[in-house]
Design a protein around this ligand. Structure first.
Ligand SMILES: *Cc1c(COP(=O)(O)O)cnc(C)c1O
Length: 391
């Protein structure tokens, strides 16, 4: 009997090592990794630049403490500020922690303005994590089931419905912030339109609310810009990052600007591991590679190639509802639950994911090439075709 707590429905495979976009299992079989550990392995596996940065740092010092100055953390915050235009960075270890920091910031922001019981508007089908506050913000009853009482202070509206936000604004004067994903990952690769984001920004400005964007999955170059909001030119007051931020080494970050900056002082928030020298070295190497190897431009071209190729291969096939996404965040929505495709793909040597029951989700590493994209399409399209035709 395994002593692991039974928190995951795991696939019956274990990988021993990886090389670029490939993972190898215990029997030496190789798999094309189109999931990247759920948008984590930005640079794929065993990337020389990342391996060098990590081993060099491990030979110097892994961890000191936030009791002391950490020059690599300062350097990383400078880099993140430069690519985002944000002012301040708090570092933690995961996406839910980054969002916890954002939620605490919004509450403190509200209290400072005399709102005793601040509310945050959140979206249906959102995913923000599994700590108590972030699962309360998450728009999925399955994630929440069994954990009542939830953390209060969240008001839910349908995603991409600006009128719903306006209606809340009219009769709820406890609202201090809106929190959402530019591209909903777990929710099914649902994208907010640029106009919707601009209108949200305008409402936030008008009402004095914080716009808080969860870029944990769609950030770090995946959509073809550093951050998803850069496509729409809509800058948030708070932004959270994690997943791909250090290409596999755990790290998260909560960034603030404008009215959201300067809210926390010593004692308001903290993390033992957050932004330790090892994680920061890995993150800096990840940022360097994204920038110097042109990985954002490549994410656009390769993502387009995958969508085009899948579209072409499945053209005219009944059961394909939509093929969507931006850059290397891709959703193929079918008209029926398709979880079994994950196991079929595994047999065929492809690592993919299905989310929101009916959406095949692809999150390849940013080092995917056009040839990798073609191999992915050639492997995946027949599986989807067979699946849809047999039913
Ligand atoms: C994965 C994810 C989280 C949670 O991140 P963890 O590191 O698992 O805590 C939060 N928000 C979004 C958008 C995510 O995709």
């Amino acid at each position: 009997m395994s002593h692991l707590m039974n928190t995951y429905a795991r696939l019956p495979v274990a990988f021993t090592h990886g090389e670029g976009v490939w993972l190898y299992d215990e029997n030496g079989k190789r798999y094309l990794d189109a999931l990247s550990g759920i948008a984590v392995s930005t640079l794929g596996h065993n990337h020389p630049r990342l391996v060098r940065a990590i081993t060099e740092q491990a030979g110097r010092v892994l961890h000191t403490s936030n009791v002391y100055r950490i020059p690599l953390q300062e350097a990383l915050s400078d880099r993140l500020a430069a690519v985002s235009g944000m002012d301040e960075v708090f570092m933690c270890n995961s996406g839910c922690e980054a969002n916890e920091a954002a939620i605490k910031l919004a509450r403190m922001f509200g209290h400072n303005r005399g709102v005793d019981l601040p509310n945050i508007i959140v979206m249906e089908n959102a995913f923000h994590g599994r700590t108590l506050a972030t699962l309360s913000a998450t728009g999925n009853r399955k994630t929440q089931a069994g954990f009542d009482p939830l953390v209060p202070g969240f008001v839910r509206v349908p995603y991409r419905d600006i009128e719903a936000v306006r209606r809340v604004a009219e009769h709820n004067n406890h609202v201090v912030a809106v929190m959402l994903e530019i591209v909903q990952g777990e929710g099914g690769v649902n994208m907010a339109e640029d106009d919707y984001l601009r209108e949200l920004r305008a409402i936030c400005d008008e009402r004095g609310w914080l716009l808080m964007l969860d870029e944990v999955q769609c950030g770090m170059g995946r959509t073809g810009e550093w951050f998803g909001w850069q496509h729409a030119g809509v800058k948030p007051d708070v932004m959270t990052l994690a997943k791909g931020l250090a290409s596999g080494v755990p790290i998260g970050a909560c960034l603030t600007s404008g009215a959201a900056a300067g809210l926390f002082g010593p004692g308001n928030h903290g993390s033992t591991f957050g932004g330790n020298p090892l994680a920061c070295a890995a993150s800096l190497a990840t940022l360097d590679a994204i920038e110097q190897d042109g990985l954002m431009a490549s994410a656009v071209a390769v993502g387009d190639e995958i969508r085009r190729g899948i579209g072409e291969a499945l053209a005219g096939l009944e059961g394909v509802v939509d093929i969507r996404g931006r850059g290397l965040m891709i959703g193929i929505e079918l008209d029926r639950p398709c979880g079994e495709l994950v196991g079929k793909a595994l047999e065929a040597g492809l690592l993919i994911n299905v989310t929101a029951e009916r959406v095949v989700r692809l999150l390849p590493a940013l080092i995917f090439t056009t040839a990798d994209a073609q191999a992915l399409v050639a492997g995946l399209a027949p599986l989807i075709r067979d699946f849809l035709q047999k039913a």
